[in-house]
Structure formats: C-alpha cells, structure tokens
Design a protein around this ligand. Structure first.
Ligand SMILES: [Fe+2]
Length: 287
C-alpha cells in the first residue's frame, strides 16, 4: 500500500521500522510515532501552527551553548525531568527522596575538611550545614562523599558569575567521618528564576506561569554499596514551594533553616553576625 489516510499512516510508519535490530530503538521509535500522531490528531494543527512548532524547536536548539541548555529547561518546565527522576529513583527502602540535579552541578568539586567554609566569595547570611549519611536501615556510612551547591543571596550560582567570584563558590565536597557526619559553613540560598529570556521563557509567559524556583541547597551523596542520591533540601516557608517552575519539591525535602543571633555556633565557633543553620540526614538505598 502506498496511499495512507490520517489514521492508516501511523501503522504504515511503524511498519517501515520493523527491520530495526536494536529492540530498544524499535520500541522507542514506535512509541514516539504512535504518541506523536495521536497528539497531532488531537490538536489538528493548521499548517501555520505546524511551522510555529518547527520554529520553536529550532530556536530552542539555537540558544543552546556550553552553559545554556534550553532543552533541559524545556524538559524541566514540562515536568519531564521530574518524571524521569521519579521512574529511576523509586523509593523502595525508606531512603531519602531524590529530585532533579539541575544545570548547575559541577563534577568532582573541591573537597573540604568538615567544618570548613565553602562559601568562597559568595555573599549571603552565613549558614552552618550539618548532617549524617546513613544506610536506609539507619547504619551510619563513613567515608561517603557529600557534594553541596547552591545559589547566593541574589539567586545566582557561582558558575553564572565566575569572573566576579574568581572561581567556584558555595560549592564543595565533604567526606563523612566514622559516624557518618558531615558539616560546613556556607551562605543561605534564596529563590531564583530559571533562565527565561529564551523560547522556554516565552512559553511560560504564554502559559501564564512564573519562572521561579523555591530556595534550596543541592546535595549529591555517594557511598560505597549504595545508590547515588541527588536531591535538594528546600527552605520551609518559601513562597514558591507550591509552584516550583520545575516541579522539584517533595514534602520530605523541606526543612527548617532557623536563624540565630551572633554568638556561639553549633561548632563552638564565635559568630560576630547573625547566622542560620540546617541539619539534615540522608538515607541511601542499598544496591
Ligand atoms: Fe538549584
């Protein structure tokens, strides 16, 4: 058969792929065609609308470079990133919930001793972070790696202002002690907007949505014999917790960041200015 109508064309395209030897290629290709054709049949685009869609995807690609990844933003804002995260990190042992890694992670960050200040030249209210890394059954995990990164008091990450900061800041790696403990000083993060001067920002405007993410600190935890955990800890009370632009919030990941006057801090250091604290334990799933 070589003539197809608006319904028979779907099976014809899928049939054309039947020689694919890689079963995953075949499965993904078939599902893509099936869902894409159903989508087109549902919305019945005009030819101008089809061209608009092509232009949108073209602009989304053209704005991408080494530091700007508009397709990840598109995936994030359509909830696809969190859906992939949910499928790949199902909680089975009572472990800490995961959330998106986001675009600002840097592999192998500088390692600091526990208690060190990782803020560098980043500005903000001092924040003392401490916690433990545990196996899902509660066993403390020594020698686990805890990567931390977050925004400054203006909502920017170090990688967005490397020249001004003279290098990485508000970012580091800690190693847990024999009791699974880690700690550091840094600065408090604040809410920030995802980059919204491109096609995804335009999409958010048309959908009457804002580009803001609630204040959070990112963590990525590695421990031998355990599944890697990539997550955030969100600041309780932040006004964007119920409308995170990338749908990353989970109730179990919201924590208090209590404020304290100047004076003796939990690590027994004397602070000359007010500061905040965060205490959070991470439980990892056994492999
Ligand atoms: Fe973030």
């Amino acid at each position: 058969m070589r003539e197809f109508n608006e319904f028979s064309i779907t099976d014809a395209v899928i049939d054309r792929m039947k020689e694919a030897t890689n079963p995953r290629v075949r499965q993904v290709s078939e599902a893509l065609v099936r869902h894409l054709h159903d989508f087109i049949r549902e919305i019945e685009p005009t030819e101008d609308e089809w061209q608009w869609g092509i232009d949108f995807l073209t602009k989304t690609g053209q704005i991408c470079d080494d530091v700007r990844q508009e397709y990840i933003l598109l995936s994030d804002t359509l909830g696809v990133s969190m859906l992939v995260d949910a499928i790949n990190n199902r909680v089975t042992q009572g472990e800490t919930q995961s959330t998106v890694i986001g675009p600002f992670y840097v592999k192998n960050p500088q390692e600091f001793p526990n208690g060190a200040n990782i803020a560098g030249k980043m500005l903000g209210t001092p924040l003392y972070v401490q916690g433990r890394v545990l196996s899902a059954d509660g066993t403390p995990l020594a020698n686990a790696l805890v990567d931390i990164w977050h925004s400054d008091e203006a909502g920017f990450y170090d990688v967005q202002q490397m020249q001004e900061l003279g290098g990485f800041a508000g970012r580091g790696r800690l190693r847990t002690d024999a009791e699974g403990r880690f700690s550091c000083w840094t600065v408090e993060p604040i809410e920030y907007s995802i980059p919204h001067d491109g096609p995804v920002g335009q999409m958010l405007i048309e959908q009457k949505r804002h580009p803001w993410r609630p204040a959070h600190v990112h963590f990525m935890v590695h421990a031998e014999g355990h599944r890697r955990l990539a997550t955030h800890v969100f600041v309780r009370g932040n006004k964007y917790l119920d409308s995170d632009a990338v749908f990353g919030v989970k109730d179990s990941l919201i924590a208090e960041f209590p404020k304290h006057p100047a004076g003796k801090a939990p690590d027994c250091s004397m602070r000359s200015e007010p500061y905040a604290t965060l205490e959070f334990d991470f439980r990892l799933a056994k492999l």
